[in-house]
Design a protein around this ligand. Structure first.
Ligand code: PGA
Length: 253
């Protein structure tokens, strides 16, 4: 059985005050959540504050990005995986479509980040997903397959994948209110699992594949009910404690 995950990607939102309020609100509702791994990913500058507030709770912490270079060095503006570990992170999102599309992160760079995250002791949340025009031209599997292969095709990458979580996020569904139907999502999740099975059947069986893109309290249960959907990566709805908790409960089976 794959334990479901619900991860909140706060993106560039929050202040010291709202971080405290939001985390207090989430903690209040955690008592009834039994079998879901709950993760929050605040902006870098609030990770330390979040780590102190979460230290006695089951809620795990993740970064939203990391540098492809380990340790320390002359990389102005960057944050390393080792620094994220030092602050108490267990996870890090890599290759979010906003990183790929706004900041031009290539498949190779994303794969390098996943490898360095794994080597730093973090669990990468490896994001894949197609643009609207790619879906409309029937290229979803080609694009998602290529994004996965960038990590699967090297030994180091395969080692990182063994300890990763995958998030399938169709770019056209992110922040648009336009969710993939459960069937559309399931189809791609099954494709991803099949691709993993080409590398190893055990890897395919154990890897948790999250869906992301306009997940809300009203659609979460249906999505999480699909065979290959093991939870969600939540943007907008993770900024409201009540909505985030409702999504966590929907994943709790
Ligand atoms: P959304 O974002 O839930 O606001 O669509 C999801 C994501 O970008 O991870």
């Amino acid at each position: 059985m794959r334990r479901p995950i619900v991860a909140g990607n706060w993106k560039m939102h929050g202040s010291r005050a709202t971080v405290s309020d939001l985390l207090a609100g989430i903690q209040e509702g955690m008592a009834v959540i039994r079998n879901v791994e709950v993760i929050v990913c605040p902006p870098f500058v609030y990770l330390d504050q979040a780590a102190s507030l979460l230290s006695e709770t089951p809620i795990a912490l993740g970064g939203q990005n990391l540098c492809q270079v380990p340790g320390q060095g002359a990389y102005t503006g960057e944050i390393s995986g080792d620094m994220l570990r030092d602050l108490g992170c267990g996870f890090v999102i890599v290759g979010h479509s906003e990183r790929r599309n706004i900041y031009g992160e290539s498949d190779d760079l994303v794969a390098a980040k996943a490898i360095v995250a794994h080597q730093a002791g973090l669990i990468p949340v490896f994001c894949v997903g197609e643009l609207l025009e790619e879906r409309e031209s029937g290229e979803t599997e080609k694009v998602v397959g290529r994004q996965l292969d960038a990590l699967l095709e090297t030994d180091e990458g395969l080692a990182a994948m063994q300890h990763s979580v995958i998030a399938y996020e169709p770019v056209w569904a992110i922040g648009t209110g336009k969710t993939a139907t459960p069937e559309q999502a399931q189809e791609v999740h099954a494709f991803i699992r099949q691709r993993l099975a080409q590398a190893s059947r055990d890897l395919a069986e154990k890897t948790r594949i999250l869906y992301g893109g306009s997940v809300k309290p009203g659609n979460a249960a249906e999505l999480f009910g699909m065979a290959d959907i093991d939870g969600g990566l939540i943007g907008g709805a993770s900024l409201k404690a009540a909505d985030f908790l409702a999504i966590c409960r929907a994943a709790d089976s």
